[in-house]
Design a protein around this ligand. Structure first.
Ligand code: MN
Length: 330
């Protein structure tokens, strides 16, 4: 058995050298998380923010929408670094985007990238467009927080309990509670848990807690799920549609959880959930089990993501959106 010690040479160390040089020289840093933030983008942003603040850097962390942070992330360390988009300084010495596969993923805050002398992209999406002046993109990283942890090791940042909390949050959610991810994922989890964070409570809060209203919403949405067994070259597509009226006051956590149920369908290799957006149109989540690369499918439809988890926006009707998806799946 081989054990990869944190001191081993990291394949991204060349990128890390440039990131460290840029951050070491910065007095102001802005960290941008992606729109509709998940625990990986917020965990990465706050961990990096805390580490920079400890080095005496003036840091702002932000995301452009929605207005409020998901409730499940209310206990994260470093929340004092979060500022509303309108308060993000126009120019910072360095702007870092975390867990964002493209400029569009940071929403209206993309203008802060264009004004910055140095822009850093830290990400693990295979579809990443490398929109920074320095890009460290590792699609083999289980989460962006796993990549940030490797950067901390490189940078000589001691991962204490607060940093571990942020990093673990992204790791546990992006690996579907460690259902996917290799030995290095578990090694990192062990290191983070050893700082004393409560992994049980974090997983419960981030993944296993929903208000009662989630149950009737699931009943409606799953009750109309549809299986197209000859789609995806006969491997099958299952999809469900979430309309605004089904959602009521429910949070993004409840909406995002639906695809994790739909994708368990045995008869379908690919799962899709169409989520009606407030502005009309659909935000589509795609998942696959094994051989279909949904990142490539999503890219063809204007989005992106990972091999087995991706998404895109459609402005067509739900019927047209499904028809276009079936065509794209071949
Ligand atoms: Mn991620």
């Amino acid at each position: 058995m081989t054990f990869t010690a944190p001191t081993d040479i990291d394949p991204h160390s060349a990128g890390f050298v440039r990131v460290a040089q840029a951050l070491d020289a910065a007095r102001t840093v802005t960290i941008l998380c992606h729109v509709e933030p998940d625990a990986d983008t917020i965990g990465s942003g706050l961990a990096l923010g805390i580490a920079l603040e400890r080095r005496g850097v003036s840091v702002q962390v932000s995301f452009s929408r929605p207005v409020d942070l998901p409730r499940s992330m209310a206990g994260f360390p470093g929340l004092h670094l979060l500022v509303p988009p309108a308060e993000v300084r126009a120019i910072a010495d360095v702007v870092v985007a975390v867990d964002a596969g493209s400029e569009g993923r940071v929403g209206e805050l993309a203008d802060r990238l264009s004004g910055a002398p140095v822009t850093v992209v830290l990400d693990h999406h295979r579809s990443n467009s490398e929109f920074g002046s320095i890009n460290v993109v590792d699609e083999s990283a289980a989460s962006t927080t796993a990549l940030v942890a490797r950067f901390f090791d490189f940078w000589g940042t001691v991962i204490d309990r607060d940093l571990a909390y942020c990093l673990y949050a992204g790791l546990v959610t992006d690996t579907g509670s460690f259902r996917w991810g290799g030995s290095s994922t578990h090694e990192l989890a062990a290191r983070l848990l050893a700082t004393g964070i409560d992994g049980d409570a974090m997983a419960r809060q981030l993944l296993d807690t929903h208000p009662f209203g989630w149950l009737p919403m699931l009943s409606t949405v799953l009750g109309s799920a549809t299986l197209i067994d000859d789609a995806a070259d006969g491997r099958g597509l299952v999809y469900a549609v979430i309309r605004r009226r089904d959602v009521g006051e429910l949070r993004s956590e409840e909406i995002e959880s639906v695809v994790d149920i739909v994708r368990t369908t045995a008869e379908a290799e690919v799962a899709a959930v169409l989520k009606e957006s407030v502005t009309g149109g659909w935000s589509v989540s795609l998942r696959s089990k094994c051989d279909v690369d949904v990142s490539a499918v999503a890219e063809r439809l204007g989005g992106g993501g990972h091999r087995r988890s991706a998404g895109y926006i459609s402005t067509e009707s739900s019927e047209e959106t499904v028809a276009a998806l079936v065509t794209a799946l071949g």
